[in-house]
Ligand binder design. Structure first.
Ligand code: SAM
Length: 308
């Protein structure tokens, strides 16, 4: 037995507990030793898609009672899972692929289990977002995960526009039949110069990673029908400091309203949280107003002194 196998087995896996287990996003070999061990050890596996998970488990030589737990039966499934936890079981939850809770069910179940006092134990593993980011580059060192954007064009455009001055890279998922529209909408809302990594079928036979500008993205996709097939994750470069500086005025009404109630540093902190803009840039901007106001006041005072 290898050392890592021994480590996975030697660890304490408390019972009862809910285990949140990441599974591969395509390549079945991307299961972790710990996930493989826990899935073999647990009493029951709750799965988003019991057929898919059943097939995956067969590949690992595991056979366990399965519970269907998807977004359409989340409440009832949670109750069933809680009853098994109440009976002292180790219950594993797996989504269809990748990490549960990341654009996938799992979050409500986690809250329900924790609210009842059961330990929630995450077993990390594959996620399409992190896989794409790991191969993006320094331009995506900080990022914001936005999952799936709305599918309706107007709502998608306004969601993208609200992120136009965001400095972090944006990571999103998109379905193949919407990937063209999504790229074109991102180009229109964010400008054509930004880099984008188009990650397709990651870890699978037809994996491709292509980095280009948002302006080039739609043509690159259109050049070959195969490029539009499969599963997609996009990493889009964040706004440049200049763009943010230029766009900060969009947040002025919010910042001014906050300054009426809060000190400068707190107002900048809250505005940064709400808008995604840099806290330092907002702080500097708010300070510039107060120092301009102070100078005006001094001038007024000076004029009043001179008038005396
Ligand atoms: N929980 C998963 C995770 O951790 O990545 C994501 C689940 S979400 C319902 C599925 C979406 O993730 C797909 O529509 C696609 O956008 C993206 N995705 C999943 N697997 C992928 C892969 N192998 N390559 C590229 N994108 C993938």
């Amino acid at each position: 037995m290898s050392d890592v196998n021994r480590l996975a087995q030697g660890q304490d896996y408390p019972a009862p507990a809910l285990y949140i287990v990441a599974t591969p996003i395509g390549n079945a070999a991307d299961i972790t030793f710990r996930a493989r061990h826990l899935l073999g050890l647990c009493d029951r596996i709750a799965a988003e898609d019991t057929r898919n998970t059943g097939q995956l488990l067969t590949r690992y030589g595991i056979s366990k009672p399965l519970i269907a737990a998807h977004q359409h039966n989340e409440r009832e499934a949670a109750e069933r899972i809680l009853s098994h936890l109440a009976a002292g079981e180790r219950v594993a939850f797996v989504s269809d692929a990748g990490t549960p809770g990341i654009s996938d069910p799992g979050a409500r179940l986690v809250e329900a289990a924790r609210a009842q006092g059961y330990p929630v134990v995450p077993l990390p593993g594959a996620s399409a977002a992190i896989t794409a980011l790991s191969a993006a580059g320094a331009w995506a060192e900080t990022f914001t995960f936005i999952g799936f954007l709305p599918s309706k064009p107007k709502q998608r455009a306004s969601a993208l526009q609200s992120l136009a001055h965001h400095r972090h890279a944006l990571v999103c998922y998109e379905a193949p039949h919407r990937i063209d529209d999504m790229l074109a909408a991102a180009r229109d809302a964010l400008g054509g110069e930004r880099r984008v990594l188009i990650g397709r079928e990651l870890t699978k036979l037809h994996e491709s990673l292509h980095v280009c500008t948002l302006a080039e993205g739609p043509d690159w996709l259109a050049a070959d029908a195969n490029r539009r097939r499969g599963e997609f994750v996009l990493v889009i470069e964040g706004a440049s400091a200049d763009a943010e500086e230029g766009g900060l005025d969009a947040h002025d009404p919010l910042l001014r309203a906050l300054l009426e109630e809060l000190p400068v540093s707190a107002a900048a902190r809250v505005a940064a949280k709400v808008t995604g803009a840099s806290r330092n840039a907002l702080y500097t901007r708010a300070l510039s107003w107060s120092s301009a106001a102070a100078e005006d006041q001094e001038e007024d005072d000076g004029e009043e002194d001179g008038a005396e």
